[in-house]
Design a protein around this ligand. Structure first.
Ligand code: ADP
Ligand code: MG
Length: 346
């Protein structure tokens, strides 16, 4: 943004700014981007379209005085991209509806926030070659920043990974490491100074990476029967997979890959963060035991953490196998956030 234009921005100038900042342009799937009444997308032959939408609401998903604006923009886009990754889809285009308090467009600090939000948003978009192809901009009547991201993706027809595809005997795998996002969130809420925010590696809460390459590989090589992302926490999202597939899951506690940031916590807290922490944006998938799953895809480790079994009446959805061999039922207790730790509906 030029210094001169910082004094005041109206909606039109803001849209111009959004468009200029969106640097990924070489895109044969987006026939028409920002500027007309609709965007026009061109899916490849033999593909079907997947659509997902996610809110990023101030006070619920981020705190303006705690989260750097780059992180808010980054996480807003990650939420949508991770849903596409979970089903093995490739992003075609993003659409962003943004409501900003009017004060933000007429103050230096407000404009700086918007500028940084889009810097974070577009940095991730450029990394995964996702075009921002449209959206809506409005004044927020509540004084809060509200963003709603829509992601459109494509996948080979009939091949996307659903939650319902799991079969008894399938092995459960998770990508990356668990509990890092909730461990870093504790630092963010405590207002600790965060180092090296120019680096997006090593910040599982502030700059989570959508596992797009892994999801796509699972589909391309037909490795998985079911998948989802664990944005709401392993226990909650595994329960979703069990319900959708009508199966029971057994998790092996000793195999859970715990993120280095969570490993600094006392062991019980580290385990809680890994099981229930939420917002890790890793993928959980099931694969038949006969399928050889690589140790890593795109440099991200894949870890075997349990298996799916036939469900029997009155059994909990998930059993946790503890290191001493005992078994206990595991209740889904995923994602809690601000708002006095009420469980949000997501
Ligand atoms: P309309 O009145 O048809 O809704 P707008 O004036 O809201 O048009 O938007 C003009 C163009 O700018 C449209 O192509 C729209 O998709 C795009 N646009 C508006 N807001 C955003 C945003 N927050 N992000 C991306 N594109 C946007
Ligand atoms: Mg509009």
């Amino acid at each position: 943004m030029k210094k001169r234009s910082r004094k005041h921005l109206n909606e039109l100038t803001l849209i111009d700014l959004i468009r200029q900042r969106s640097s990924y342009r070489d895109d044969n799937q987006v026939a028409l981007g920002i500027g007309d009444d609709c965007g026009i997308l061109r899916p490849a032959k033999g593909c079907e379209i997947l659509v997902t939408t996610d809110f990023s609401l101030e006070g619920r998903h981020f705190l303006r005085d705690r989260h750097p604006a780059q992180s808010v923009g980054h996480r807003c886009l990650t939420r949508g991209l991770s849903d596409l990754a979970a089903m093995g889809a490739s992003p075609m285009a993003a659409f962003l509806s943004l409501a900003l308090p009017s004060r933000m467009l007429s103050t230096e600090s407000g404009l700086r926030w918007v500028d940084r939000f889009f810097a974070g948003f577009h940095r991730l978009g450029n990394l995964y070659k996702v075009t921002l192809a449209g959206g809506d901009t409005s004044e927020s009547p509540t004084g809060l920043i509200l963003a709603d991201i829509v992601l459109v993706g494509s996948a080979p027809r009939g091949r996307s990974l659903r939650r319902s595809g799991g079969r008894a005997g399938d092995i459960l795998y998770v990508t990356g490491a668990l509990g890092g996002a909730s461990a870093e969130l504790a630092h963010v809420l405590a207002g600790r100074r965060l180092s090296r925010l120019t680096e997006i590696e090593g910040h599982p809460h502030l700059f989570p990476q959508p596992r797009l390459t892994i999801g796509k590989e699972l589909v391309r090589r037909q490795l998985a029967t079911a998948a989802l992302d664990i944005s709401d926490g392993l226990s909650t999202d595994l329960a979703h997979l069990c319900e959708a597939s009508n199966l029971h899951a057994e998790l092996d506690q000793s195999t859970l890959p715990i993120h280095p940031l969570a490993r600094r916590l006392p062991p019980e807290q580290a385990l809680q963060a890994a099981l229930h922490g939420g917002e890790d944006y890793e993928l959980l998938f099931a694969a038949p035991p006969s399928v050889r799953i690589p140790k890593a895809i795109a440099g991200v480790p894949l870890t075997r953490i349990g298996m799916l079994k036939a469900a029997t009446p009155k059994q909990p959805l998930i059993t946790l196998l503890e290191p001493d061999g005992r078994r206990r039922p595991l209740e889904p207790e995923g994602w809690r956030h601000f708002s006095a730790h009420r469980k949000p509906s997501r």
